[in-house]
Design a binder for this molecule. Structure first.
Ligand code: AQP
Length: 343
């Protein structure tokens, strides 16, 4: 089950609810605008009105090739990027997944309830497996670890991009199976997907923007580098010459305008592109201006956090302590329900 989440008005409407949310991101590379628009921007809004646990999922990151010398630094950098983007650590509990080993314990119990066939049909597994020579079982069981991430906190809402909706469905299935086998314990959480921004394409205009595909613009990238990438990004494939009218709805850049630009700019671009009033480079310049006004303060805050690493470490340490307390409570209950011997 998914719920579109878009406007602050809609959020205000649900202000009275205090459902717990779980959010997560892999420290597998830089925080890019796909992660930001599909997930992080919603976390920041949602954390204002509800309890949230935000996990930097380093166990998950092990399913992609990475250099262990870089993992700790990438994890720290991801924390900086999320905080700089605006996640308030007073409102959202920010922690690193491997600090909560109970998550892997719960994963094992869930694995005993999850048919292999259900994991093999996951789109992300099929996609990533097609790019690996030897398919590792961690890649197959990734969504079960994700179910444990969510359910160990008994989270009822999971703000994600569209690519993760199938995994949240599986989480619901895992919760149902556990409850059926051992008695009512876990909620069946809902995916919360933004109305625009749920699926951001890469700069190639084809596949999903993805850290591992190198088709990204990073949130903290220096402006000149970001512009150099945007300037050559794919637009409407049918618009070959400046004088050709374009179809904004087949253009990744227009989708980005819908996420970053004010309505007046979006409306102008939609009309002018369709009658060849503006060219693609002009269109990108307008977009870049609005991206920059959102990203400049984020880069400044990131520089502040980078200069105060102790502050970031303290946020992560106190987040882990709080998260682990909740995780332990859940595991005590799970041990009892499953019937483990207690000497
Ligand atoms: N292109 C995207 N559009 C919208 N949302 C996206 N998300 C990721 N890419 C897009 C959302 O970002 C959150 C964190 O994702 P993740 O890092 O945990 O895993 P991912 O989806 O696998 O992200 P990447 O960038 O594609 O990483 P790699 O290449 O390492 O696998 C999720 O909520 C996701 O939906």
């Amino acid at each position: 089950m998914t719920e579109a989440l878009a406007t602050p008005q809609q959020l205000n409407h649900t202000m009275t609810k205090t459902k717990r949310a779980l959010t997560g991101i892999q420290p597998s590379g830089e925080l890019h605008i796909g992660n930001y628009l599909g997930a992080v921007r919603n976390w920041i809004r949602l954390a204002q009105r509800q309890e949230m646990f935000t996990s930097i999922v380093d166990y998950h990151a092990l399913t992609s090739p990475l250099d262990s010398e870089e993992l700790a630094q990438k994890t720290f950098d991801m924390a900086v990027a999320i905080l700089a983007a605006g996640l308030d650590p007073e409102k959202a509990t920010l922690f690193v997944q491997s600090q909560i080993p109970e998550v892997t314990e719960l994963t094992w119990i869930y694995l005993t309830l999850t048919p292999i066939g259900e994991l093999e049909r996951m789109t992300q597994f099929k996609d990533k497996a097609s790019r690996q020579q030897s398919i590792l079982s961690g890649l197959l069981t990734y969504p079960v670890l994700q179910a444990a991430d969510i359910l160990i906190f008994k989270a009822e809402e999971v703000p994600v991009g569209e690519d993760q909706v199938q995994h949240v469905e599986l989480t619901r299935e895992v919760a149902r199976k556990f409850n059926l086998a051992y008695g009512q314990t876990f909620p069946e959480p809902k995916a919360i997907v933004p109305e625009v921004g749920g699926r951001i394409k890469g700069l190639d205009g084809k596949t999903k923007m993805s850290k591992s595909l190198g088709n990204t613009i990073g949130l903290l990238e220096p402006p000149q580098e970001a512009w150099d990438k945007l300037r050559v990004a794919k637009t409407d494939p049918a618009r070959l010459r400046r004088s050709d009218p374009g179809d904004p709805h087949s253009c990744n850049i227009f989708n980005l305008h819908r996420n970053f630009s004010p309505k007046t700019t979006v409306d102008m671009v939609e009309v002018e592109c369709a009658r060849a009033g503006i060219g693609c480079v002009d269109c990108k310049k307008f977009l870049f201006e609005h991206m920059e006004s959102e990203f400049r303060p984020i880069r400044e805050r990131a520089a502040d956090y980078q200069a105060k690493p102790q502050q970031v470490k303290e946020i992560l340490a106190s987040g882990a302590e709080k998260a682990r307390k909740v995780a332990r409570q859940t595991m005590t209950e799970v041990h009892e329900k499953v019937g483990f011997y207690k000497p």
